[in-house]
Design a protein around this ligand. Structure first.
Ligand SMILES: Cc1ncc(C[n+]2csc(CCOP(=O)(O)OP(=O)(O)O)c2C)c(N)n1
Length: 188
C-alpha cells in the first residue's frame, strides 16, 4: 500500500474530525492530501502525535480524532499506547504507516523490518481493537469503523517506500492557530 493513497482515502471520508499528523513523511502526505483547519501538522518530535491526539480526544470527546504516525516514531513513544488503552477514549483512532524504516533520515531499517509487530504490541498495551489493514479496501473498512463505533482503535498498514508527495509549510505558529480556531468551532 502507499501512504499518500491511504491518506487520501481517509481524508475523503472526513467531516469535522481532528487529524494529528506525525513528524515527516506522514505529515507531508497529510498536507498533500488537502489542507484542513482540523489537521494539526506536528513538526519536529518523533512520537508526539499520539500524546497530542490523545489530549485532543480527551478535551473534545464529541469530536473524533485520528492520529497518523510512522513506525519509527511510534516505536520511540511506545508507552503512549498503554496510556491510550488506559484512558480509553472512544473517539480516538491511531493509524500507523509501517514502511519498516526511518525513511526521512536516510532509510535506516526500523525494528519492524525484523522482529517487531506493532499490532501485537498495541494489543499487548491493551488496545484490543488493533488490526493490520490487509489491503486498501480493508483499510477503508477499518476507517469507517473508527468513524462510527466506539474506540480506541489502532489501524496499521504496511506501505511501500515511495517519497511523500509534498512538504508541509514550516509555519508552526500558523498551524497551531488555525487548528485551535477550528477546534473552537464545536459542532460544525
Ligand atoms: C526525538 C527525535 N529523534 C530523532 C529525530 C530525527 N528524525 C526525524 S524523522 C526521523 C525518522 C522517522 O521515522 P518514521 O516515523 O518511521 O517515519 P518515516 O520517515 O519512515 O516516514 C528521525 C530519526 C527527531 N526528529 N526527533
Amino acid at each position: 500500500m502507499n501512504r499518500f493513497d491511504l491518506t487520501c482515502r481517509l481524508v475523503k471520508k472526513l467531516g469535522n474530525e481532528a487529524v494529528v499528523g506525525g513528524i515527516g513523511n506522514t505529515n507531508f502526505d497529510l498536507w498533500a492530501a488537502g489542507q484542513r483547519p482540523e489537521n494539526f501538522y506536528m513538526l519536529g518530535s518523533m512520537g508526539l502525535a499520539v500524546p497530542i491526539g490523545l489530549g485532543v480526544a480527551l478535551a473534545q470527546p464529541e469530536r473524533r480524532t485520528f492520529v497518523l504516525e510512522g513506525d519509527g516514531s511510534l516505536l520511540m513513544q511506545l508507552g503512549s499506547l498503554g496510556t491510550v488503552a488506559t484512558t480509553a477514549p472512544k473517539n480516538l483512532a491511531i493509524v500507523v504507516f509501517d514502511n519498516q524504516m526511518y525513511q526521512i533520515t536516510g532509510k535506516q531499517k526500523s525494528l519492524t523490518a525484523s522482529s517487531v509487530d506493532l499490532v501485537a504490541m498495541a494489543k499487548g498495551a491493551g488496545l484490543a481493537q488493533s488490526e493490520w489493514a490487509k489491503d486498501e479496501a480493508h483499510f477503508e473498512v477499518l476507517v469507517e469503523r473508527a468513524l462510527k463505533g466506539n474506540g480506541p482503535w489502532l489501524i496499521a498498514a504496511r506501505i511501500d517506500g515511495e517519497k511523500p508527495v509534498a512538504v508541509t509549510e514550516r509555519d508552526p505558529a500558523r498551524i497551531r492557530r488555525r487548528f485551535m480556531d477550528a477546534l473552537a468551532r464545536k459542532g460544525e
